[in-house]
Design a protein around this ligand. Structure first.
Ligand code: RUB
Length: 411
């Protein structure tokens, strides 16, 4: 017997269902495509099956509750999910699994998802979040301003620590390893962490608080051990590449009581999922999952301003997901990064607000005056915008900003 997965017009209680929004491109009638998706991801397959009893279908079948042109909403019953054992990997196998490969659907993109309270409560959310980071840095209001140590590979531990120190002297609150650096021979993670901790301690003794995120992205069976080790070597923040390591890696670190430093979440590889507007996974569901799993700071894009593909509206949606009060977790610090320089800081803050971490790699290390002056240029840009002063006006009395504006202009 075949059942219909179409429940158009019915309301699905957001506390009973995981509700997903998909953008579908197909030659099939949209209702048929939506039904095959809901079936494939819940109780069905490509044909009717003798083993599908009515009560199984009713309890566990996905429901297509809305179709608006190419946007389709599917509600999956909470009982389809196995959170304690299964976690995000099992969630993703339902909401973002086989459906991408269905022959009958040309393209499909997961645009959004909402989770019932019963599922949200199984996840830790951020330990520190945006406010925890601000407390550590003693920076209650101004945007956080950071750098990515450049070149992304090649510097020794001593050079890296020196870069961090110079950035702090220039006023930056944050710095971080780049995503491709972990423990290469030219910059072993232990030596780097120890050397950077010395720089950060020195800065603090000179009156400036700063954190640096050490990239601990590694294999699943090693990440907790490396996290604990870098912490014992003096790391004040750790960084995880969430898509290459997996959401479960972020969750494992957030739930590990011995990890007592914030987690900076990088999203390298996301473009493979997010870039095609018709296929893949939008950043919004990724941001929601990162927050659930316990990321304290998350790369969200530069609102269409920097070097990476992104858009003002969708990047702002990612930022809003970092703060959405309805989910019951601490807020995540959104990180705007990638091709940023002082001349675009005003546009970023205007679009993102002050509760944001703005960071620049090339936009600091590329300053003709060196890293300290590059950091000063970025800090001055943030100070100017925070104080409501036009960048060019502020630059008249701030030389480092003036040089940066002359070098890279603004947008
Ligand atoms: C920054 C950089 C980062 C991007 C990643 O360097 O390359 O890895 O932030 O992009 P630079 P996203 O400042 O020199 O461009 O933040 O969009 O994930």
């Amino acid at each position: 017997m075949e059942y219909s997965y179409l429940h158009l017009g019915e309301k699905a209680d957001p506390d009973e269902y995981v509700i997903c929004k998909y953008r579908i491109t197909t030659n099939l009638p949209m209702e048929k495509a939506a039904e095959s998706l809901a079936a494939e991801q819940s109780t069905g397959t490509w044909t009717g099956i003798s083993t599908l009893e009515k009560d199984i279908f009713q309890k566990y079948g996905g429901k297509v509750i809305d179709i608006n042109e190419n946007l389709v909403e599917v509600a999956f019953p909470t009982d389809d999910f196995s959170i304690e054992v299964g976690g995000v990997p099992q969630i993703l196998s339902i909401i973002a699994g086989n459906l991408f490969g269905l022959h009958s659907i040309d393209k499909i993109r997961l645009e959004d998802v909402s989770f019932p309270k019963a599922i949200r409560e199984c996840f830790p959310g951020p330990k520190f979040g945006a406010s925890g980071l601000r407390n550590i840095l003693d920076r209650p209001e101004r945007p956080l301003v950071g750098t990515i140590v450049k070149p992304k590979i090649g510097l020794s531990p001593k050079d890296t620590a020196n870069y961090v120190y110079e950035s702090g002297k220039g006023g930056l609150t944050n710095s971080k390893d780049d995503e491709t650096l972990v423990d290469q021979n030219f910059c072993p993670i232990q030596d780097r962490t120890v050397a950077i901790a010395e720089s950060l301690d020195r800065l603090e003794s000179e009156g400036h608080k700063m954190v640096h995120a050490i990239n601990i992205s590694t294999s699943g069976h090693k990440i907790l051990e490396i996290g604990e080790k870098v912490q014992s070597w003096g790391a004040k923040q750790i960084m995880v590449d969430v898509l290459t390591c997996g959401f479960a890696a972020v969750q494992a670190l957030a739930e590990d009581r011995s990890i007592k430093v914030p987690i900076h979440v990088h999203r390298t590889m996301h473009g493979a999922m997010t870039r095609d507007p018709l296929h893949g996974i939008a950043m919004l569901p990724i941001a929601k999952l990162c927050r659930m799993c316990g990321g304290d700071a998350l790369h969200v894009g530069t609102l269409g301003i920097g070097k990476m593909e992104g858009h003002r509206k969708s990047d702002k949606d990612n930022i809003d997901a970092c703060f959405d009060p309805s989910v019951g977790y601490k807020e995540v610090m959104p990180v705007c990064s990638g091709g940023v320089y002082p001349g675009v800081v005003d546009k970023i803050i205007k679009a993102a607000g002050n509760n944001v971490q703005i960071q620049a790699g090339g936009g600091v290390a590329g300053h003709p005056g060196g890293v300290r002056k590059g950091a000063m240029g970025m800090s001055q840009a943030v100070d100017a915008v925070f104080s409501g002063i036009d960048l060019n006006e502020y630059a008249k009395t701030h030389d480092e900003l003036r040089v940066a504006l002359k070098m890279w202009g603004s947008k």
